[in-house]
Design a binder for this molecule. Structure first.
Ligand code: PGA
Length: 254
């Protein structure tokens, strides 16, 4: 059976390379646990060199974005060839914090294509900003999937894709405000159906769906158990070694 997937989204933290190194030293003490997972760590770009050396053997390097063009001059951007030269295996694409800066589904679709061509696994983030009683969020999710995956139809691409469902209203909150396991299970079925409409049943079946949004040691197990997700995309708790370890243990034991 495929290993559970755990992605640490460090965002713009920790605030120094020294703190990042200390965190990785602590994590590496539990390398046997982390080896049971497909673990990806997405640090700020400036920490790439140091992080890639320190996680060898128990985790893979990931990026928090990928620039949508593979070549040409692009001041201030990090193109896939640079990511690959550091050994990046997976790229978070379309995170809600980037969408809030103006990244559209169209841009996200271009970034996904660029990642596929470069051989970097794209982790496509989707998630509604709010919910209402009419269920408009379902249409929103369906559209986000449809338009973010525009032009991607090859079965071999679909089979490399990973989806992270991260409702924006649940990000950066307390664990008690994260999604409930029952609602998550329903949403995973909905996402799988939307993926089936796009790629067909066989391909949709193998696309892993992760959950993100206020996951910590206290809610990881109920969120993982029987909801149909294959793992987590974790923000704040990925910077706390004990909390992160508890999440990893929940993925192994459930
Ligand atoms: P959080 O962030 O775990 O701190 O809620 C998740 C994310 O933004 O990916």
């Amino acid at each position: 059976m495929a290993k559970p997937i755990l992605v640490a989204n460090w965002k713009n933290h920790p605030s120094s390379l020294k703190e990042a190194a200390d965190l990785l030293t602590t994590l590496s003490r539990r390398s046997m646990l982390y080896k049971k997972l497909s673990l990806y760590i997405a640090p700020p770009y400036t920490y790439f060199e140091s992080v890639s050396k320190r996680i060898k053997g128990f985790a893979n390097l990931a990026s928090q974005d990928v620039f949508f063009s593979a070549d040409g001059p692009h001041t201030g951007s990090v193109t896939p060839d640079i990511l690959k030269s550091f050994g990046v295996k997976l790229a978070i694409i379309g995170h809600s914090e980037r969408r809030a800066l103006g990244e559209t589904n169209e841009v996200v679709a271009t970034k996904l294509k660029t990642a596929f061509i470069a051989g970097i696994v794209p982790l496509l983030c989707i998630g509604e900003t709010s919910r209402d009683d009419e269920g408009n969020h379902l249409q929103f999710i369906q559209d986000q999937l449809k338009f973010s995956l525009e032009g991607i139809r090859r079965k071999e691409d679909a089979e490399k894709l990973i989806i992270a469902y991260e409702p924006v209203w649940a990000i950066g909150k307390r664990a008690s405000e994260a999604m409930s396991p029952t609602d998550l299970a329903e949403m995973v079925i909905f996402i799988k159906k939307a993926l089936t409409d796009i790629f067909g049943r066989d391909a949709a079946d193998v696309i892993p769906v992760l959950y993100g949004g206020s996951v910590d040691g206290s809610n990881a197990e109920p969120l993982y158990k029987e909801t149909g997700i294959r793992g987590f995309l974790v923000g704040r708790a990925s910077l706390k070694s004990k909390e992160f370890c508890e999440i990893a243990e929940a993925l192994i034991s459930s």
